[in-house]
Design a protein. Structure first.
Length: 122
């Protein structure tokens, strides 16, 4: 399982949760693993804001800012920020440039397969 921290806009505190797992260890991640992590992060922040929403709503990998940052105790974290709030996952044992490149490819690929905006979590 992957540890995450969620901060919702308007709240004064963060909540801790877990997502995943994904099939491979971070150093062996494929773009499918990275997409699963990003989708898990988006679903978790949506669930925090909308606990009664359907857990299998479509996820759009658009409409948010993201960054891969070094973690002070080692590894890297993925941070997503959007109007709804922010979610941080990790740390992961994978080189930052490699993870950043994989996220860029996943996001670029997702631009051509976006579910209708009215039903997507993004």
């Amino acid at each position: 399982m992957i540890p995450i921290e969620i901060w919702l806009r308007g709240d004064n505190h963060a909540t801790t949760d877990r997502i995943g797992p994904v099939p491979n260890e971070p150093r062996a991640w494929t773009e499918l693993d990275v997409a699963a992590v990003l989708e898990g992060m988006l679903r978790a922040i949506d669930k925090a804001r909308n606990p009664d929403a359907a857990p299998d709503r479509p996820v759009a990998l658009t409409g948010f800012s993201w960054i891969v940052n070094p973690f002070e105790e080692g590894g890297v974290v993925i941070a997503i920020e959007m109007t709804l709030g922010a979610v941080v996952a990790g740390p992961f044992d994978i080189p930052e440039p490699r993870l950043t490149d994989m996220i860029r490819r996943v996001m670029a690929a997702a631009r051509g397969a976006i579910p209708p905006a009215s039903s997507a979590v993004h």
